[in-house]
Design a protein around this ligand. Structure first.
Ligand code: CA
Length: 228
């Protein structure tokens, strides 16, 4: 059940078992997958298919490993990159300034987890498949324009950071539901995010400041927040 509208993902992985498993899961989840078993083919696929995201195994046989491909991509593009690592010790390097991948999973991983990571990364970068959601969410007088990543109040754009936008979009997509700080962190910051849950409070405060009475975010005691 894939079609030309499905988001494209390029998968660069030289282990055929892992590649076919990941491929199968991604297709089930509505992604179109182009595989490559080595770095050079991977770069060709990237040029041909202009994917929404790349999944890169670090350890690849051949001239180009995942680290080199990541570095090469980052020099020219901010495409979401998820690395497959064999060791936790590689993680700092992968996510750090040196490489700047968006996320990683450590082998052995569950395909479900990988799919969740891809969704989170694509959500953050505005490429997620938004099944049947309107392009503009209206919450009272506030318009959350997902396609343009713009928030308008009474028709006028409100200056907002990328993270504040993501948070507002997530709240608006879950209108009327009490969401815990952990849920908000997972949904907006991503599963890999490590830090203080009060980060959520700070961003909610900013949204309240910027949108004032127009935005009805309720603090749900002992839980988190709800947008009505
Ligand atoms: Ca490998």
């Amino acid at each position: 059940m894939t079609g030309s509208e499905d988001p494209v993902v390029v998968l660069v992985e030289d282990d055929p078992n892992i590649a076919s498993l990941v491929d199968m899961y991604l297709r089930q989840e509505g992604y179109r997958v182009y595989q490559a078993a080595d770095g050079k083919t991977g770069l060709d696929r990237l040029k041909q298919h202009r994917p929404k995201a790349v999944i890169l195994d670090i350890g690849l046989a051949g001239d180009l490993d995942g680290i080199q491909i990541c570095r090469e991509l980052r020099a020219t593009s901010d495409i979401p990159i998820i690395m497959l690592t064999a060791r936790d010790s590689e993680v700092d390097r992968v996510l750090g300034l040196e490489l700047g991948a968006d996320d990683y999973v450590t082998k052995p991983f569950s395909p479900r987890e990988l799919v969740a990571r891809i969704r989170a990364v694509l959500r953050r970068t505005d490429g997620a498949p938004q099944a049947a959601l309107p392009a503009v969410l209206e919450v009272g007088d506030v318009e959350v324009d997902i396609a343009r990543r713009e928030v308008r109040l009474g028709g006028n754009p409100v200056p907002i950071t990328a993270r504040e936008f993501d948070l507002l979009q997530y709240l608006a997509e879950n209108l009327g539901l009490a969401l815990s700080r952990r849920q908000l962190l997972d949904g907006v910051w991503g599963y890999d995010w490590v830090g203080d849950e009060r980060t959520v409070d700070v961003h909610v405060l900013q949204l309240r400041k910027k949108l004032g009475d127009a935005l009805n975010i309720t603090t749900v005691r002992g839980v988190g927040y709800r947008l009505d």
